[in-house]
Design a protein around this ligand. Structure first.
Ligand code: RIB
Ligand code: CA
Length: 314
């Protein structure tokens, strides 16, 4: 069965990989890419979305430009990871076409005219989704499901000691999305840190493939691999955003639990933290936040295998 998908992105290296995976998956019909400010400013993200679709020969897929800033906080980017352009050192041919404006209006209209039919995959800060919900409360609950790459439950953050980049990027939007009555499943760092492609595989397996997509993958990931070497972190690339796409394709590869959650929107040290209430034996009336589905485990090799087979064709 083919699922209709809106893919909300802040491309971004792993966002580009998520787009390639969705394009290579016959089970997915991408209705549109909606772009949000995140890894890079909105204009760069829009450019990158258009370029990745052109690179893939899929310029018929609409691209909608969305929020150029978070709801409340000042914009935050991650150029140290994704490079100045947002696609690492990769240089794709420019796209001949323009994006359309109005991402959140597109999301709201599509979910309202096709209730229960559309899957929303959100792999950047959640500003566009929160704005769609603000147009009309209940909008996100009309999605078939909302899969969000974001948060860190029992895992250190990556944008701060306790918080993950997408939720730091727009903490207020993240809170509004998990507090909406939508069928949200979070794919947090707890899972995505288990789904990485190490530098030795990039150098020994992927680079020698010689295909256009293999070269694109290597050029995109040079910077983040170099960061890992310099900073003593993971020497490779985490497939954060592709993991969210795989969840939509193969949910059985993930262990999902329900926790009471909320998002910190005030903390000086903890802004954007996914606060998970794991206290034993508490009446619901005393719980903080809302009951939220969170992926806590994953069959990493199967997820990586699907990505290698469909995107790298290797
Ligand atoms: O924390 C990982 C997330 O932040 C990914 O979506 C990556 O693209 C960045 O946006
Ligand atoms: Ca992203």
């Amino acid at each position: 069965v083919v699922m209709d998908v809106i893919l909300d992105v802040d491309p971004g290296v792993d966002d580009a990989m998520a787009i390639l995976l969705a394009l290579a998956s016959d089970e997915i019909n991408i209705l549109a890419l909606t772009v949000v400010s995140g890894n890079v400013p909105l204009r760069s993200g829009v450019d990158n979305a258009l370029k990745v679709l052109a690179f893939s020969g899929r310029s018929e897929i609409p691209v909608y430009a969305g929020a150029d800033a978070p709801l409340v906080r000042a914009p935050v980017h991650a150029k140290q990871v994704h490079g100045e352009t947002g696609l690492g050192n990769a240089e794709l041919a420019p796209s001949e076409r323009e994006a359309r404006p109005g991402a959140s209006e597109f999301i709201q209209k599509t979910l309202t005219t096709h209730p229960g039919k559309v899957t929303v995959l959100a792999v950047g800060p959640l500003t566009n989704l929160a704005l769609a919900e603000r147009i009309e409360a209940g909008t996100l609950a009309r999605a078939k499901q909302v899969v969000v790459m974001g948060g860190a439950a029992n895992e250190p953050g990556n944008s701060s000691p306790t918080a993950e980049f997408n939720f730091v990027g727009d903490p207020h939007a993240a809170r509004e999305v998990i507090q909406s009555r939508a069928a949200v499943t979070l794919i947090p760092l707890d899972v995505t840190h288990q789904v990485g492609i190490p530098a030795e595989e990039i150098d020994r397996k992927i680079r020698p493939m010689g295909s256009g997509v293999a070269r694109f993958f290597c050029e995109m990931t040079d910077i983040v691999v170099g960061l890992g070497r310099e900073a003593g972190g993971y020497v490779g690339v985490y497939l954060h955003d592709p993991a969210a796409v795989v969840y939509a394709l193969r949910p059985e590869l993930f262990d999902v639990v329900e926790y009471w959650c909320d998002i910190e929107t005030e903390g000086e040290l903890t802004l954007g933290q996914l606060v998970v209430d794991q206290r034993e034996g508490l009446p619901e009336s005393r719980r903080r936040g809302v009951l939220t589905r969170i992926a806590v485990g994953v069959s990493s090799e199967e997820v990586l295998g699907l990505f290698r087979q469909r995107v790298l064709k290797g």
